[in-house]
Write a protein of this length. Structure first.
Length: 80
């Protein structure tokens, strides 16, 4: 997901380092809206918990993870 957002930022000449800053800029130029920004951030946070082996990640069910992956596939990778 982060790579897709970074690629989208490159295409739109956005030069920010933090994902949250990238999302704000994408919203500012009309690529995403506020609800999508928040959903992306929430899913990114879940992925970060998993990537860093945080115990909090264990609270999420397989269904939660599947929904996150479907969101990434259907809503993030297809952003232009």
């Amino acid at each position: 997901m982060e790579n897709a957002i970074r690629d989208l930022c490159r295409l739109n000449k956005i030069q920010k380092e933090k994902l949250s800053e990238m999302l704000i800029e994408l919203r500012r130029i009309g690529i995403i809206d506020l609800p999508k920004e928040r959903i992306v951030q929430a899913n990114y946070d879940i992925g970060s918990l998993a990537a860093h082996g945080k115990e909090e990640f264990n609270r999420y069910t397989n269904n939660d993870i599947e929904e996150m992956l479907v969101f990434i596939r259907d809503k993030i990778i297809t952003l232009k």
